[in-house]
Design a protein around this ligand. Structure first.
Ligand SMILES: Nc1ncnc2c1ncn2[C@@H]1O[C@H](COP(=O)(O)OP(=O)(O)OP(=O)(O)O)[C@@H](O)[C@H]1O
Length: 606
């Protein structure tokens, strides 16, 4: 640590333990030693950066003054703990400089004065404990500190309304024995009267005391902000939709002027197929079809030169499906991803609903595309969603799936953030089923070099029995995450290059699966490549606060911490930055199944 940091820390300790001779001898905390290298008492450092991260000085009979300014100005602490000493003084405004603070424990001291407003700037704060002190005044607004899980302020002289907190996330809360007044907010059944006792001014059901009619409602500013931003999003959605419709109409009018013919191939031998050849393109009704076509079909019909066909695979839902049916049916855009757009298409007046993926920029020949789709159709697993039909011309590639109304894993995780049940057993089942299905597909398609290519929680859908199914297997062009696969293969012959690439694409799936496991464990769904979630989990694990990564709902439910840790280990193995060191999907499936067996055994025990 540099001299400035040392000076500040020594200053902090000088005030905290004035005249404490013992500390000079054995504690460190002086200018002639280094807090990290010489291991000052109570100091923990970031091993790589060699900077002070934690100061934990509990129960050391410290009787001096708390000097927040010194410690927050010079360091980027994540933990400051001074519990059970006799420290005096106050928490000054400079606490706002301790931006990386996640844990602040000051309980059991003689601290006093108002809590500074700058506390609300500590956006990373998780645990806040100022119980058993002499703090007074109103508690600042903590509502923007979304990750807070502990708020303990019992046995002080705090006053005003109960602090504005997100009670659905809190694990520990106590404000008993203070001077709080007014109504008790909705604590979502999480906390009992004990958390509020001995505050004579409080009223509400929980303390069996009716609130006077004029009492102000519990603060809800955050809620109204949320709902107004939601409204804004909805309205902007309408505006964008309106614009798209106008553009479509213009596009249709322009394209109507030069209708072109749709050429369709006779289906290949051995395929159960149905084309529009005998229905549309050879009939004079062609312009009719063009009139009714949905947005996704425009360029298919435009591409007069294309050699194309709708190939129907074996599925009762798609029996007799014709390309023109798809063109005419009403379609709704479900999403626009990196690799294309997805439409919900309603056939037979809504009796059949399909999901049609229009793949963007895939420079694969029609022949290769067809071969790939037919190969994929042979490798069937109950937890992998097969496509029911596909269409391909030189410019257009469409994939047709059954529409799954029960949504994706991503949506279920979002729902669980809003309090919908998604318990540990169900999460472990999803992990095990997806792992097994992916392992099966990898084994089946290894020779062909076809991996999923885009595994993430929006591509894990729940079927009508609520079983998880991997969708869009094998649809995506591979982008190597690791150039070493290329550089390694560049020096070899073509065969080696292909092998290197296909090795990489399977390992990329395993990384994707690791991210899905993290989502299940943390309850935090990620939309894109999952890097931020992974980085966050790694940093928490490195800081040895591992338990804090788990979804609070799982902890409240009493899920086995040991098994959650085991699953986290598997996730981290899958996400090893060196793809060569990641386990195979088969090994992952075996590890998860062992965990699931343990879980099943323990839950069947009396
Ligand atoms: N067959 C289906 N039935 C119902 N919903 C589906 C189906 N397939 C995908 N979805 C959902 O529709 C939405 C849009 O799908 P899309 O595949 O375009 O999104 P994405 O996976 O995020 O994008 P991309 O894979 O192109 O990067 C997602 O929320 C996905 O879960």
């Amino acid at each position: 640590e540099d001299e400035d940091v040392k000076r500040s820390l020594v200053g902090f300790m000088d005030k905290l333990a004035p005249g404490n001779v013992e500390r000079n001898l054995s504690w460190g905390w002086n200018m002639t030693s280094d807090p990290c290298k010489d291991k000052w008492v109570g100091v923990s450092c970031d091993l790589q950066l060699q900077s002070v991260k934690k100061v934990v000085l509990d129960e050391l009979n410290l009787t001096g003054v708390l000097d927040i300014d010194s410690v927050c100005r010079a360091t980027s602490l994540s933990v400051l703990s001074l519990s059970k000493n006799d420290v005096v003084g106050l928490i000054s405004e400079e606490i706002g400089n301790c931006k990386s603070l996640t844990h602040l424990y000051l309980s059991g001291n003689q601290l006093s004065g108002d809590l500074p407003g700058s506390l609300k700037q500590l956006s990373n704060l998780k645990r806040f404990d100022i119980s058993d002190n002499n703090f007074s005044g109103v508690v600042p607004d903590f509502s923007r500190i979304s990750g807070l899980i502990t708020f303990l302020a019992q046995n002080n002289q705090l006053s005003g309304g109960i602090p504005n907190l997100d009670f659905s996330n809190l694990l520990q809360f106590n404000v008993s024995n203070n001077n709080f007044s007014g109504p008790i907010p909705d604590v979502k059944g999480r906390f009992s009267a004990n958390s509020f006792s001995d505050n004579p001014g409080l009223c509400g059901e929980l303390v069996s005391k009716a609130c006077p009619p004029s009492a102000p409602a519990p603060p809800s500013s955050q809620k109204s902000k949320d709902s107004s931003s939601k409204q804004f999003l909805i309205y902007s959605g309408y505006v964008v939709l309106g614009l798209i419709i106008v553009l479509l109409v213009v596009f249709k009018l322009v394209s109507k002027k030069k209708p072109k013919e749709e050429k369709v191939n006779v289906p290949e031998k051995g395929m159960e197929a149905n084309t529009s050849s005998n229905n549309t393109s050879s009939t004079p009704n062609e312009s009719n079809t063009t009139k009714h076509k949905s947005e996704y079909s425009i360029s298919s019909v435009e591409s007069g030169k294309a050699v194309s066909s709708l190939v129907v695979l074996t599925s009762p839902k798609a029996q007799g499906l014709r390309f023109e049916d798809l063109l005419r049916a009403p379609a709704e855009l479900l999403g626009k991803g990196k690799h294309g757009s997805l439409y919900k298409v309603m056939l037979d007046n809504g009796a059949t609903t399909l999901a049609v993926k229009r793949i963007k920029d895939w420079s694969v020949t029609s022949h290769d595309f067809k071969r790939r789709m037919l190969r994929l159709d042979q490798a069937r697993h109950p937890n992998v969603m097969p496509s029911v039909a596909f269409y391909c011309s030189e410019q257009e590639k469409l994939l047709v799936y059954e529409y799954q109304p029960n949504g994706s894993l991503f949506r279920i995780l979002l729902g669980s953030q809003n309090g919908q049940a998604f318990d540990w057993g169900s999460r472990l089942n999803v992990a095990a089923s997806v792992a097994e299905a992916l392992a099966f597909m990898h084994e089946e398609l290894r020779e062909d070099g076809i991996a999923h290519g885009n595994l993430k929680s929006t591509n894990i859908l729940f079927n009508e029995n609520m079983d998880p199914c991997i969708s869009e297997y094998g649809l995506m062009v591979f982008e190597s995450e690791d150039q070493s696969f290329h550089s390694q293969s560049n020096s070899s012959k073509n065969n080696d290059m292909d092998r290197g690439r296909s090795y990489g694409i399977f390992k990329a799936d395993i990384n994707g699966f690791g991210v899905v496991l993290l989502e299940l464990l943390t309850g935090k769904p990620v939309q894109n490549n999952g890097l931020d979630l992974a980085r966050w989990v790694h940093s928490v694990v490195k800081e040895e606060w591992t338990v804090e990564v788990f979804d609070t709902a799982l902890i409240l439910e009493g899920a086995s911490e040991e098994r959650m840790l085991n699953l986290l280990q598997i996730a981290l193995k899958c996400m090893n930055p060196n793809p060569y060191e990641r386990p195979s999907m088969n090994q992952v499936a075996i590890m998860i199944n062992t965990l699931k067996d343990e879980e099943d055994r323990s839950s069947s025990e009396p």
